[in-house]
Write a protein that binds this ligand. Structure first.
Ligand SMILES: O=P(O)(O)OC[C@H]1O[C@H](O[C@H]2O[C@H](CO)[C@@H](O)[C@H](O)[C@H]2O)[C@H](O)[C@@H](O)[C@@H]1O
Length: 400
């Protein structure tokens, strides 16, 4: 299948006028931020730039806090098991039931139809760990995914770069969409020894023109967060992650050098009070990322699991990637194809939403805490994801 002539969905002019707002709570979405200044329907035009910066930083900070619940870990899968006794979790489960407990209903609706499986990577196939480079997939999980792919078309849809997620998963028989769906290899045959030309023909990269900009912003982000202990930057090809999992939420003692660095950076823009209030590390990360993005109006920031994700403002996300893959793999017949998408992150909500809107298939959210979601079902952690995948394979074998 030659994808080279597919028209890439590029710049969305409406979205372009709203950089930096992706991760903000909805009450802040009324404000639009323009490259050369600020305007907003809900804001008095005379309000100072400084005030709005404070709003942006604290909005991003709130999003960072709310998306980062700290929970106990269990040894097997790096997840906690405390939700059993939590009444709020039980109430949420009534709305978003376990996909394991509901397995019979799920497969009953798939009788005589084709199931397609879409899997997020981090937090879904591998446990969340402190070091993103160590988020390996266990051999048993790999075997489960390999088996699923024997019976159902299976794709990985990840925020990681496509190459990096392939290095973790290592299964040539799957389809891969990296960079939150902005880098799609729609033919599994391309992980074999095929020519560069045929690989290119099967690639779909709607944000290709942003590559130089992503490299540039990566350099700036690396520079600004280098003074913050624990903060790291990961270039995911068409997007960049700024990790704050290992950053203290609040600074306990402030090294004079850091204070001086901040003050000199902010001189002329922020007052010493603002600098002092920024001496909370998470707030500092949010503030510095926002600062950097001022020079990149065609990039926006969204918030994942203790990560700020900087990406092009284009009308493309994991949901669009799922639609694209269904179409290009000949699975677009919503009467006869049941897509199942399993993911744990806010970016996976775009895919859950698409399945809801198509009124076909199921989103399954992996979560140990109640979350607002467009998913139909839930699983608690990667160990349950593996169990669900094994159930699917067993059911398919028996029904053949
Ligand atoms: O779409 P995904 O495959 O879920 O990728 C989303 C981000 O995942 C990774 O970060 C997350 O997992 C890390 C390893 O467990 C963890 O340390 C980090 O706090 C999480 O946010 C990845 O490193 C990011 O680049 C992805 O954007």
């Amino acid at each position: 299948m030659d994808l080279s002539n597919s028209s890439p969905v590029i710049t969305d002019p409406v979205a372009i006028s709203q950089p930096l707002l992706g991760g903000l709570p909805s009450n802040l979405m009324q404000f639009s931020v323009m490259p050369g200044g600020y305007s907003g329907s809900g804001l008095n035009a005379s309000v100072s730039r400084l005030k709005i910066e404070e709003v942006l930083v604290s909005g991003l900070l709130d999003a960072m806090k709310s998306s980062s619940p700290r929970r106990r870990l269990n040894l097997a899968f790096g997840q906690d098991n405390s939700s059993d006794e939590d009444p709020a979790y039980s109430a949420w489960m009534a709305k978003c039931p376990s996909a394991l407990a509901s397995f019979k209903q799920i497969v009953a609706s798939a009788q005589g139809k084709k199931i397609a499986v879409f899997l997020d990577y981090d937090g879904t196939l591998s446990p969340i760990v402190d070091d993103p480079d160590k988020a390996v997939m266990s051999p048993v999980m790999r075997a489960a995914v390999r088996n699923v792919a024997k019976y159902f078309p299976t794709a990985i849809v990840s925020g990681r770069s496509r190459n990096k997620v392939f290095e973790f998963v290592k299964l040539k028989e799957l389809y891969y969409a990296g960079s939150h769906g902005m880098d799609i290899m729609a033919s599994s045959a391309n992980y074999e020894n095929n020519s560069e030309k045929s690989k290119q023909a099967n690639l779909f990269q709607p944000a290709r023109e942003f590559l130089p900009m992503i490299d540039e912003v990566t350099k700036s982000l690396l520079q600004v967060v280098s003074g913050i202990e624990g903060a790291t930057v990961e270039n995911n090809k068409f997007c960049v992650s700024v990790h704050y999992r290992n950053v203290a939420e609040k600074v306990k003692t402030v090294p004079f050098g850091l204070y001086f660095f901040l003050f000199s950076q902010a001189l002329g823009k922020w007052t010493s009070e603002n600098v002092a209030s920024c001496l909370q590390d998470w707030k500092l990360v949010a503030g510095l990322v926002n600062e950097v993005l001022e020079a990149f109006p065609r990039l926006k920031v969204t918030n994942g699991r203790m990560v700020l994700e900087v990406r092009p403002v284009i009308d493309w996300d994991k949901g669009k990637a799922v639609e694209f893959l269904l179409k290009s793999l000949g699975l677009n017949d919503s009467e006869n194809v049941i897509p199942i998408y399993i993911g744990d992150d806010r970016t996976d909500e775009d895919a859950f939403k698409v399945l809801r809107q198509r009124n076909c298939g199921y989103g399954i959210l992996v979560s140990q805490v109640p979350k607002e979601t467009q998913a139909f079902y839930s699983l608690r952690d990667p160990s349950e994801v593996m169990e669900f995948l094994n159930f699917l394979v067993r059911w398919k074998k028996h029904s053949m």
